[in-house]
Design a protein around this ligand. Structure first.
Ligand code: PGA
Length: 256
């Protein structure tokens, strides 16, 4: 796990944007795994401003609320089209987001996994982290080998996400999410975390034991995971000085 601590969310976002831009230039038909929530919003704005070519890019989103139609303003379909896809030249048929209205959820999930395999797997998976350590919507106690499936949100996650809804009761309790096993197969994972609210979960994920109680800790077993965070999210890391030194002293060819 490479931990990149930056003074501000903007500086951390700029590094993530450069990594994605470089991938799309090197591999114009790259397969991106995408995330929703507050954290990646500035990144999506930066990618739009970079005017990259998305004409051959394929995307798979991590998750979606069950019961919300694609046009629902709080659906992740709506989020992705509003904040990224409608501003770039991606082809709608290359966009994949779990279907919140799937009538046969297990069949839908198996098909989603098959589609990821059919395009050769995910090159770069973007991740946020929940205040409880979730990645995607893999809540604590999720199997570290899990695949795309239905999950039940914790009350903490529903409370965290209530800010997007008119009331906390309106936050759906069930979701479809890629599994931790699915995320672990991405060739690169890029996790962003900003703000003091993420500091504890992030420190446990990076420096604690690998445990289903903090699903992001599974990334310790992933061969190519980068974590871009701001100072506020880094406050509970025990080895922050070492990570800063590593980043400042990278050989030229490793710099981003
Ligand atoms: P946030 O969500 O970006 O809105 O903080 C992150 C997550 O729950 O994974």
């Amino acid at each position: 796990m490479e931990i990149i601590i930056q003074p501000t969310p903007e500086a951390a976002t700029a590094i993530a944007a450069r990594l994605i831009a470089r991938l799309l230039k090197e591999k114009p038909d790259a397969v991106l795994g995408l995330a929703t929530g507050s954290t990646p919003l500035p990144l999506y704005r930066a990618l739009v401003d970079m005017q990259l070519d998305w004409s051959r890019v394929r995307t798979f989103n991590l998750d979606e609320y069950l019961g919300l139609a694609p046009e629902h303003p709080q659906s992740y379909h709506h989020f992705m089209w509003e904040n990224l896809f409608r501003h770039v030249n991606i082809r709608p048929e290359n966009v994949h987001i779990p279907d919140g209205l799937a009538s046969d959820v297990p069949a839908f999930c198996a098909d989603y996994e098959a589609r990821i395999r059919a395009v050769g797997g995910i090159d770069l998976q973007l991740l946020g982290i929940g205040s409880d350590g979730h990645i995607g919507f893999n809540e604590p106690s999720s199997s570290l080998a899990s695949r795309t499936r239905i999950k039940t949100l914790t009350q903490r996650t529903r409370a965290d996400n209530a800010r997007f809804f008119a009331s906390a009761d309106e936050v759906p309790s069930h979701v479809i999410t890629m599994g931790i096993g699915t995320i672990m197969e991405a060739r690169t994972n890029l996790l962003l975390a900003f703000g003091a609210k993420k500091a504890q979960a992030l420190a446990e994920a990076a420096e604690g034991p690998v445990t289903a109680m903090n699903p992001a800790s599974a990334l310790q077993l992933h061969p190519d995971t980068r974590v871009c965070l701001d100072e506020a999210a880094a406050t509970q890391l025990k080895r922050a000085d070492y990570y800063r030194w590593v980043f400042a002293n990278k050989p030229q060819w490793q710099r981003v």
